[in-house]
Write a protein that binds this ligand. Structure first.
Ligand code: ATP
Length: 213
């Protein structure tokens, strides 16, 4: 069992897991850290260090056994345990995320969605029922540790305050707002507009050489 792995490593594990699943299902049995480095765009020294935290040591001249790595990762990521998630804000992005089958690659499932638009409440998207936001505290969300927030910026903080009362542990925040929440709650921020701007900035200012990376 792995006690403590650095946060930076932990953040990369789902990516390794996804890529290795693809490699395994296409019949790949072993892989070297430098080969994997090209696929995931992470330098091979970092990959070796990350895998050593999992207790997976590559063999010189052989590399890593793909299925063994997958089982190490599955154990670390608790892939065998289903984690329930709720989503708040069933607009365009929220709908896309509901339709995206998270369950296929990770053992996570969006069990409930919330919105304050009565024309959406009562409907289902990809098997997930949409409830009114007013019901969030009366629904039993005690076994839902994480929430995806896809509401307009103006509604984000007040909904986060409400989420705190449900006993949530983590929020995946797709709004541009820097949420203020108690210390024990982890917020991961994904601002797609900023990410796209950043990519465009890098393309303009730091174009990659064809043989770099
Ligand atoms: P749409 O085109 O479906 O209205 P959109 O993708 O343009 O959505 P937004 O206006 O950002 O997105 O709204 C996202 C979703 O959040 C919508 O379904 C909206 O009804 C919902 N929403 C807005 N304010 C709140 C709120 N205070 N509580 C809960 N849901 C809200």
């Amino acid at each position: 069992m792995i006690d403590r792995i650095p946060q930076a490593t932990a953040k990369r594990l789902p990516l390794y897991y996804r890529i290795l699943q693809h490699l395994s299902s296409s019949g790949k049995k072993r892989i070297s850290s430098s080969e994997l480095s090209k696929v995931v765009q992470i330098d091979s020294a970092t990959i070796r260090k990350d895998f050593s935290y999992l207790g997976a040591l590559g063999r010189k001249g052989y590399g890593y056994d793909v299925d063994r790595l997958l089982s190490f990762l599955r154990e670390t990521l608790d892939q065998d345990e289903l984690t329930k998630v709720m989503l708040i804000g069933v607009g365009n992005l929220g709908t896309a995320l509901l339709k995206y089958n998270f369950f296929k690659n990770n053992n996570t499932q969006i069990v409930r969605a919330y919105d304050n638009d009565r024309s959406k409440v009562g409907r289902e998207i990809a098997g997930t029922a949409i409830h009114h936001l007013d019901d969030m505290l009366t629904d039993d969300n005690s076994d839902v540790p994480a929430a995806i927030l896809t509401v307009p910026a103006g509604a984000a903080q007040s909904i986060a305050d409400k989420l705190v009362l449900t006993g949530i542990s983590g929020i995946l925040n797709f709004t541009p707002v820097r949420l203020s929440v108690p210390e024990h709650i982890r917020v991961h921020h994904i601002d797609l507009a900023v990410e796209l701007q950043a990519l465009i900035y890098f393309l303009k200012n730091y174009p990659l050489e064809p043989n770099e990376g």
